[in-house]
Design a protein around this ligand. Structure first.
Ligand code: MOS
Length: 738
């Protein structure tokens, strides 16, 4: 191969870097020429009964076209009532959420949409929204996941997929009694924001029974189906278009009620509408990452073999939401051990909906499991890498099926070698650098490798250019580029001759970007389409498709060579498809890696500075060495944020997030990120997909935060199990300055 796998710069970069990006709110398509602005009226209270809404004053304002509430939704089928019962089946991805689009008679969180104001201009909308008068009668509020621990009646039934038991283990079960060492911890993390650079933005136009929605979305296809269900329309009456997207991080994986509301309002009013959320709405009303409370218990014998693991996860969501974050999922598969019990429980909370957020599951779960492993290693007087090597399973310990490919040990050993892990002092608090105590930590990385149905079309025109079409999205990850690389490689064309068109449901359906399935799923569909086109081209050239080679715009067989452009007539195309088969059930599929971090803890201020980080990963075939590394580094930066910075701070009296701007919601900035590197070890996984690749999009964050927490402990001997590890939590426990 000469193009796939290489460090091709993202094809859209020159355009994006010269301000040529076209995001939803920049669109100037004719349908949106006369678009009006939509503004949400949002609840200022967390849980209340609505006793009255008066829209008359707002309607009297200049520029106000309409003020709509749930009373105007007579054209919608009401959502099924929430029973509070969960049958154990996973909820549809990212929605549709069971709440009505606009509040009916109660509100359940601060920021819940109660009404929409439609105006000619954006600022008129903000003014008019203030004039919609809503009367609220307060109801009791439940804000945090501790409710799930304290009150059994708040638990969703612990049934179905959220409980996994290998052999019965509970807090006081026999397998732990047989252990020489037992580590038992509670780990807390706070609510966090997805915080894509581009917030949600939507435009919608309804004409002649057809709805077009332009959305900043991770998944055009899912958006279309959810819109169809919510609005009672046939999917083929709806077209979803996704232009440039400034990140999603999980919040745009489905389509949210705000976006559906805009489409509904466009149909209702007959006006094309635009909406782009403010940063405050982005932080407060967009789906968020959950606050969780994790109880973890690991027991082992003196030679470092794990005998029993228990991992209980308590979190919460809106009463109508039954999706949990699988924070214990990796505990089912990462390490050997005969006995394990993993459970997820949800409390009903009065806070915004929690959904996917940057590697949901492992990113939070590993911040518990990998710190517990660090503690177990210390108790056993074993190096943390060695403890993990001793618990390397020969098969998936819960499902008893083989791994498709697994090179965790190689990642740890290569990382340890490159990072200088042997210089780490096993005893904490030994290394000083001026005011700083310096330490190293490590953690394993793992993330599931899903595959989703995807289709693709590839066409070759007589001018020698190829065009790829699929309803895939590129949310900033490099999808346009890797798809161009695949087509160029397969058809023997220079990459400049391949045009990739994505983000439109009028193209073949695709899996979208999320859950680390995007590249493998869309790339495999395109690979199939390219194979089909190669076969057609070979037949047209009178060559054997099995032996023909494609290079320099030609098809070559033995001494014979034909220009592709001359074979295609007026153009030749082919469809391709990938469908998940049984490999996901017959093989345990994950990407793996190992994080190494060095931190300095300031003994005067308690401030933690990351000094260096290294991630070593295996994720099957790397499709583009540059975008893969960038994805991994981006994930590691998320890990720094998760460990040290990110927290939506709830006012416990009102259920209101006080830090709803970028000044007060802290994410890592350049000064927080020192020397970070990520490398991928060679691996091919022939069970994952035809490209032999595995997911990398979210692998980098998984375990990264734990490696920092472990480094903090190694630096100063203080274990903080309450993320983010801010200086106030360290300060009183730090030794006096030497
Ligand atoms: Mo991702 S947080 O599964 O879009």
């Amino acid at each position: 191969m000469s193009i796939m796998g290489t460090r091709v710069i993202r094809t859209e970069d020159p355009r994006l870097l010269t301000s040529g990006g076209v995001y939803v709110d920049d669109l100037r398509t004719p349908e949106l020429n006369a678009a009006a602005r939509l503004t949400f009226v949002r609840s200022p209270v967390a849980h209340a009964r609505i006793t009255g809404i008066d829209t008359s004053e707002a309607l009297g304002e200049p520029g106000v076209i309409a003020v709509l509430t749930v009373r105007d939704m007579d054209d919608l089928v009401p959502p099924p009532p929430s029973s509070g019962e969960w049958d154990g089946s996973p909820a549809p991805l990212g929605g549709p959420w069971a709440e009505p689009l606009l509040a009916v008679d109660t509100v359940r969180f601060v920021g819940e949409p109660v009404a929409v104001v439609i105006t000619d201009g954006r600022y008129q909308g903000e003014d008019a929204a203030d004039l919609v008068s809503v009367d609220y009668e307060p109801l009791p509020v439940v804000l945090g996941p501790t409710a799930a621990v304290a009150d059994e009646t708040l638990l969703f039934p612990a049934a179905g997929t959220n409980v996994c038991v290998s052999q019965a283990v509970s807090a006081d079960d026999a397998p732990f009694d047989a252990c020489d060492v037992v580590v038992e911890q509670d780990i807390v993390n706070q609510r966090v924001a997805c915080l894509p650079m581009e917030g949600r933005a939507t435009a919608a136009a309804y004409e002649n029974g057809k709805l077009t929605v332009w959305a900043s979305s991770q998944n055009a296809q899912v958006s279309r189906f959810i819109l169809a269900g919510a609005l009672g329309m046939a999917p083929d009456q709806i077209r979803v278009v996704v232009p440039d997207v400034g990140g999603g991080f999980g919040a745009k994986i489905g389509i949210d009620r705000d976006t559906i509301t805009i489409a509904w309002a466009a149909r209702k009013t007959g006006r094309a509408l635009r909406w782009a959320e403010t940063r405050s709405e982005n932080l407060v009303a967009m789906s968020q990452g959950r606050a969780q409370l994790q109880h973890i218990k690991i027991g082992g014998n003196r030679d470092g073999r794990i005998l029993a693991i228990g991992h209980d996860v308590f979190s919460g969501n809106l009463p109508s939401e039954q999706t949990y974050e699988g924070a214990a999922l990796q505990t089912r598969t990462l390490y050997a051990g005969a006995n394990r019990l993993t459970r997820h429980r949800l409390a009903a909370l009065d806070v915004p909906v929690a959904s996917s957020m940057r590697a949901p599951g492992e990113s939070v779960g590993l911040m518990a499991l990998e710190c517990a492993m660090d503690e177990l290693a210390e108790r056993l007087n074993l190096d943390p890498v060695e403890l993990r090597v001793r618990n390397e399973p020969s098969e998936d310990p819960e499902k008893h099926i083989p791994y498709s490919s697994r090179h965790l040990v190689a990642c740890m050993q290569e990382g340890a070698r490159r990072f200088g892990w042997n210089k780490r002092n096993a005893k904490p608090g030994q290394l000083r650098d001026g005011r700083l105590l310096v330490g190293m930590g490590m953690a394993a990385a793992t993330r599931g490798n899903p595959l989703r149905l995807s289709k693709a079309n590839v066409r070759l025109d007589p001018d020698g250019n190829a065009t790829v079409k699929m309803a895939m999205t590129d949310i900033g990850t490099g999808t346009y580029t890797i798809l161009a690389q695949i087509a160029a490689e397969m058809l023997g064309l220079p990459i400049e001759k391949v045009r990739v068109e994505l983000g439109d449901t009028s193209f073949p359906e695709a899996a979208g970007s999320g859950g680390s399935w995007g590249a493998g799923s869309s790339g495999s569909a395109l690979f199939d389409a390219c194979n089909a086109l190669r076969e057609r081209l070979a037949h047209a050239a009178g060559m054997d498709p099995a032996t023909a080679r494609f290079a320099n715009g030609s098809i070559v067989s033995g001494e014979q060579s034909r220009k592709l452009a001359e074979l295609v007539g007026t153009g030749m195309d082919a469809d391709g498809e990938i469908k998940p088969g049984s490999n996901n059930k017959d093989f345990s599929q994950q990407s793996y890696g190992a994080h190494f971090a060095e931190v300095g803890v300031d003994t005067d201020t308690g401030e933690v500075r990351v000094r260096r980080m290294l991630g070593v990963f295996t994720a099957g075939r790397v499709l583009n060495a540059k975008t893969a590394r960038s994805q991994a580094i981006g994930g590691m930066v998320f890990g720094v944020g998760a460990a040290l910075h990110e927290e939506l701070t709830l006012d416990p009296r009102f259920g209101y997030f006080v830090n709803h701007d970028l000044a007060e919601y802290h994410v890592p900035v350049h000064a927080d990120i020192p020397a970070i590197d990520a490398i991928f070890l060679a691996e091919l996984d022939d069970r994952s997909n035809p490209l032999k690749s595995k997911g990398i999009g979210e692998l980098g964050i998984c375990g990264a935060g734990a490696s920092i927490a472990n480094a903090i402990y190694n630096a100063c001997g203080i274990r903080i199990r309450d993320y983010p590890i801010t200086l106030d939590k360290l300060l009183s426990k730090l030794p006096a300055r030497a």
